[in-house]
Design a protein around this ligand. Structure first.
Ligand code: HEC
Length: 190
């Protein structure tokens, strides 16, 4: 059954456009909710005061970040405002030194050096308790020592900048990324 009446097709086009615009608006609102700090997938900045681990979820069949009880970095409990300011600064340090020339965050960047999405829970650092880990990571950023096959350059990062980067790295490691990077930190992936 084929209609030659143009108004039939026009009405169809208009109805489809209106319907898909509503779907797009709904998806956009849902995406903003999912990616905003404090939303279902992105914990609020104060998560830097809590334990963050990466554990296998049997039901989902993938590794997911788990938020635990209080676990401070740099022996400091950050207020929500302090945490937001620190993480914003960490992001600026990361942008100013162009870490993505070598590293990836959430898969974006270069593949010369490790993906940093889960750096905080990287078994290499996770063997240290949070207080020691935050300090070791900050010292590494200020004066990188060679850990593997390639060396990280000294980017002249100051202590406060390094602490801000560590806070940023801890926060992003708590983001639920549907199991990306796959099997990160799993014994078989070592
Ligand atoms: C010129 C390339 C380069 C740049 C730029 C760079 N890195 Fe690295 N980074 C490396 C390499 C290579 C390693 C691996 C070092 C090793 O294994 O000895 C590394 C290792 C690391 C590690 C430890 C690895 C891990 O999985 O935890 C962290 C954390 C890190 N970099 C953070 C940063 C941050 C933050 C920046 C920006 C401020 C940055 N890097 C900029 C090359 C780079």
């Amino acid at each position: 059954m084929y209609s030659h009446d143009p108004s039939f097709w026009r009405a169809g086009a208009i109805a489809t456009t209106v319907f898909m615009s509503i779907v797009l608006a709904a998806l956009t609102i849902d995406t903003l909710r999912q990616i905003s700090p404090g939303g279902p997938r992105v914990p609020s900045y104060s998560v830097i005061n809590r334990a963050v681990t990466y554990e296998y979820d049997q039901q989902r069949g993938e590794y997911v970040p788990k938020i635990g009880g209080e676990e401070l970095i740099f022996d400091h409990k950050y207020t929500p405002q302090e945490a937001a300011a620190l993480i914003a600064r960490g992001k600026l340090v990361i942008q100013s030194r162009a870490c993505i020339d070598c590293h990836t965050f959430f898969g974006n960047g270069a593949y010369y050096a490790p993906d940093l999405t889960r750096a905080w829970v990287d078994p290499m650092w996770a063997r240290y308790p949070a207080r020691k880990r935050s300090d070791r990571l900050a010292k590494f950023l200020m004066d990188p020592l060679r850990l593997g096959a390639r060396a990280m350059p000294n980017l002249h990062i100051g202590r406060e900048e390094a602490e801000a980067v560590v806070a940023y790295l801890k926060w992003i490691s708590s983001v639920d990324t549907n199991g990306f990077p796959d099997r990160f930190g799993a014994p078989a992936a070592q």
